[in-house]
Design a protein around this ligand. Structure first.
Ligand SMILES: *Cc1c(COP(=O)(O)O)cnc(C)c1O
Length: 385
C-alpha cells in the first residue's frame, strides 16, 4: 500500500521528548520552544517567532493582532484551506474570495486589486504547495491601500521569493505576519504544531500577550513587570515542550529532509514530463521569482471525470492520491449567507488537481511504480498500444 502521507522520525525526536519530561517542565516556552524559535529566526531572518499549537492558531492570533472588527473585509483565495478564512470569520470579518491564477493555484494579484474596497483591511496570500505568491505585486497593493498582509505559509517552510531588484526573502518574512504549520502532513512535522512570524515590531508585545491567554506572563518571566495579570483578549496558543522537543529533533535534519523531498519531486517531474508534453496533464508551474520547497507534488487533470477515473485506477493498485480544496465560496458554511457564484480558476483546481503520495520515506521504487501506473492509465485512455 502506498498511502498519501506517512509521518516519519529522522533524528533525536524521542530522545528530546524524554529530556523535556526529565527536565521537569513540559508546559510551554521552555528550552526546546526557545531553541526552535531561535533556529527559525536565525535561518530565515524572521524578526520574531512564536511557536503555536497550529497554523490555524497562528492565523487566529494574526486576525486578533490586525484588530479585525465586525464588517471589516478580508481578501482570501477561494482555493485554500478553511483556516485561512476561518481565523477572520471568527472575528466577524466579511470574507471576500479571490480567484487563483489560471496556470497555478496561487491567488491572482489582479483579482485582489479588483476586490479592494474602503472596508478592506487584510490580504491573505496562501503560498500553495510552498510556491510563492507574487509578493511584490501583493505588497505594493497593500502599501497603496494601507492593508495588512498575513501570509499563510503553512506549506512554505524553507521557501523563498525573489524581488525584481534581486532581494531574496524567506516566505513568511514579507507580509506583516507569516503563519506556518508543523502538522504531520507538512515538510517538518510535530504532529500538530505551528508558528507565527511577526515582522512588524509594533506587534511583538501584544502577540506575546494574546498567546498567553491575554496575560503579560511572558514579560513577567523576563522580569520586566513584577506581577502578571489579565491585560487583553487572548487564548492558549502555546505548544507544550513535548511538541517543541519533537520539532527540534526534526529541525536538526532540515537540510536532509528538504534534499530528500526535492529528489522525490524531481523524480515525479521527470517521470511525468512526457505525459505533460503530450497534453494529457499539467505539471506544477514554479514562477521565476519562486523557489520550490517540494512540499507537494500535484498534477492537473483535463477534467473532473478523468481525475475521478484516475483516482479509482490508482486505488485498485493500492496507491492513494488525493484531490485537494473545494472552493470556499461554495462551502455549506459560506452559502448559508451568500449567493453561489463561480470562481473560475478556483473551481478548475477544485475539480482537476490531484496530489500524489509524498512523504520522506517514499522510495524510488514506489515513485516509479506510481509514475508507471499513471502512464498505464493514459495509455488505456488514449487507446494507444
Ligand atoms: C495545513 C494548512 C493549514 C492549517 O495548518 P494546521 O497547523 O493544521 O492548523 C492552514 N493553511 C494551509 C494553506 C495549510 O496547508
Amino acid at each position: 500500500m502506498i498511502p498519501f502521507n506517512k509521518p516519519f522520525i529522522i533524528g533525536k525526536e524521542l530522545k528530546y521528548i524524554e529530556e523535556a519530561v526529565k527536565s521537569g517542565k513540559i508546559s510551554g516556552d521552555g528550552i526546546f520552544t526557545k531553541k526552535c524559535q531561535e533556529f527559525f529566526q536565525n535561518r530565515y531572518s524572521f524578526s520574531k517567532v512564536l511557536l503555536t499549537t497550529s497554523c490555524t492558531d497562528a492565523l487566529e492570533m494574526a486576525a486578533i493582532l490586525c484588530d479585525i472588527k465586525e464588517g471589516d473585509e478580508v481578501i482570501v483565495p477561494s482555493y485554500t484551506f478553511v483556516s485561512s478564512a476561518n481565523a477572520f470569520a471568527l472575528r466577524g470579518a466579511k470574507l471576500v474570495f479571490a480567484d487563483s491564477c489560471s496556470d497555478n493555484p496561487n491567488v491572482d494579484p489582479e483579482e485582489i486589486d479588483r476586490l479592494i474596497t474602503d472596508k478592506t483591511k487584510v490580504i491573505v496570500p496562501v503560498h500553495y504547495a510552498g510556491v510563492a505568491c507574487d509578493m511584490e505585486a501583493i505588497m505594493s497593493l497593500a502599501e497603496k491601500y494601507n492593508l495588512f498582509v498575513v501570509e499563510d505559509a503553512a506549506q512554505a517552510i524553507d521557501s523563498y521569493y525573489t524581488f525584481s531588484d534581486g532581494t531574496k526573502k524567506a516566505l513568511g518574512s514579507i507580509g506583516h505576519f507569516g503563519s506556518f504549520s508543523f502538522h504531520e502532513t507538512k515538510n517538518i512535522i510535530a504532529g500538530e504544531g505551528g508558528m507565527l512570524v511577526i515582522n512588524d515590531e509594533r506587534f511583538f508585545e501584544r502577540a506575546e500577550i494574546i498567546r498567553e491567554k491575554g496575560t503579560n506572563r511572558s514579560a513577567f518571566f523576563r522580569g520586566e513587570v513584577n506581577k502578571y495579570g489579565w491585560v487583553d483578549i487572548g487564548s492558549s496558543f502555546l505548544p507544550s515542550e513535548i511538541i517543541s522537543a519533537f520539532l527540534y529533533g526534526q529541525l536538526e535534519h532540515l537540510e536532509e529532509i528538504q534534499a530528500r523531498r526535492i529528489a522525490i519531486w524531481d523524480r515525479y517531474y521527470d517521470g511525468l514530463k512526457y505525459l505533460a508534453e503530450e497534453g494529457f496533464l499539467q505539471l506544477p508551474l514554479i514562477p521565476d521569482y519562486a523557489s520550490n520547497n517540494a512540499h507537494m507534488f500535484y498534477m492537473v487533470c483535463r477534467s473532473y471525470e478523468e481525475r475521478t477515473a484516475l483516482i479509482q485506477f490508482m486505488k485498485e493498485q493500492d496507491i492513494h492520491p488525493v484531490f485537494h480544496y473545494l472552493s470556499l465560496n461554495k462551502s455549506d458554511y459560506f452559502l448559508k449567507d451568500n449567493m453561489e457564484v463561480d470562481i473560475i480558476n478556483s473551481d478548475y483546481f477544485t475539480d482537476c488537481l490531484l496530489r500524489l503520495p509524498f512523504y520522506y520515506d517514499l522510495n524510488e521504487e514506489q515513485i516509479d511504480k506510481i509514475v508507471n501506473e499513471i502512464k498505464e492509465f493514459y495509455k488505456i485512455e488514449s487507446n494507444f498500444s
